[in-house]
Write a protein that binds this ligand. Sequence first.
Ligand SMILES: CCCCCCCC/C=C\CCCCCCCC(=O)SCCNC(=O)CCNC(=O)[C@H](O)C(C)(C)COP(=O)(O)OP(=O)(O)OC[C@H]1O[C@@H](n2cnc3c(N)ncnc32)[C@H](O)[C@@H]1OP(=O)(O)O
Length: 194
Amino acid sequence: MSGSSSSLKPPADASAPVRHPEAPSPGELLGAHYDQCFGCGGEQPHGLLLEARAGEGVSLTAEFTVQPAHQGAPGLAHGGVLASALDETLGSLNWLLRTIAVTGRLETDFVRPVPVGSVLHLQARVTAVAGRKIYSTATGRLGGPDGPVAVRADALFIEVKVDHFVDNGRPEEIRAAMNDPDQVRRARAFEVNP
Ligand SMILES: CCCCCCCC/C=C\CCCCCCCC(=O)SCCNC(=O)CCNC(=O)[C@H](O)C(C)(C)COP(=O)(O)OP(=O)(O)OC[C@H]1O[C@@H](n2cnc3c(N)ncnc32)[C@H](O)[C@@H]1OP(=O)(O)O
């Protein structure tokens, strides 16, 4: 079964996404947006440690190796973890637009069970942009980039300013992030206009 709610369909006046001129080149690793991120951060031992690589246009690929800490049923990945992998992959697309955005809506189809130890080959692309709304889609395949689809998702991300995090995040983590020059550089880089 699959289908997508009407709020995930771009409106008639939506535009095609435009790759930022300073976006990482196709093939380049994107790196983590925050080292404590559950999806991509290198400092989260039970996190997904997802590594995304820029593709052509506003697309990317990523790989996620399912660890024992990610189980739901014995030997199988938890669905929420798989949704997280899709969310993180889709969120990484914003590097290519150089826009900070958060997930407003994420719809996931779970098509095949995903065993522990397997590598999920993720592919994602932005399909349209309308004002602050960014529409995107992703698949996760097993056995290789051309293997059978195990999961897929459609998403709507909403553009926000850095203040979204500063105003809402727990103060101790925000303070630590603001005192980390690399983190500030990463966050501000998104807000440079094309
Ligand atoms: C220097 C230190 C600082 C550190 C900085 C770090 C930088 C980090 C860089 C990058 C981080 C990226 C992190 C990625 C992580 C992976 C992705 C995630 O998991 S993100 C977490 C999960 N998501 C949330 O927590 C959102 C919670 N929701 C909200 O905060 C608000 O609802 C928000 C911002 C999404 C929208 O609120 P509004 O008040 O700004 O805007 P409104 O007017 O409500 O919506 C704008 C448009 O979007 C539609 N919209 C909003 N939510 C929708 C929804 N759920 N479904 C359908 N449409 C929706 C609305 O209908 C409206 O549309 P119309 O312009 O009227 O056509």
